[in-house]
Design a binder for this molecule. Sequence first.
Ligand SMILES: [Zn+2]
Length: 158
Amino acid sequence: MSRLGEFIVDVFCKRDALLPTIFYENAHFMLVYDKYPIVRGHMLIIPKRHVEDIIALDAEEWESLRQLKDKVLPIALRRYCGESISYNVAIQIGEHSGREIDHLHIHILPRAPGDSFEGDSRKLYRNIVERNERQDSSWVEEEVQALRKLLKYTPKKQ
Ligand SMILES: [Zn+2]
């Protein structure tokens, strides 16, 4: 349910629809560039299985997530961060959390000196739930291509 109370399709269960923005995947997770990024490199970690809460992940999925975090995420983050890797993580779980799609998705927000939130996390989190989806995001496709190249990933139709 969206904040307007209208029905929102669970696009995160539809890999084919997400494919243009997927820039990496392993056994149980996809790394997806957010369609309406609030910072450069705003990405989502999305489980392939429909779960609503992070505690619903099974042991194999946690292992898959750990691999992503240890081996893949640092490479992607380095593209957007300054000298030291800095990022915010945001997860909305449950209907009062500001969540729009009830399929678990972990927002990863790379931070860099001089980004538009200047170190202010409260403002950043507010933007995740109140962002304007009409903003210009024409550069997203280019970023997806660059990340795929960086991570040597070629999407396969399933
Ligand atoms: Zn789903």
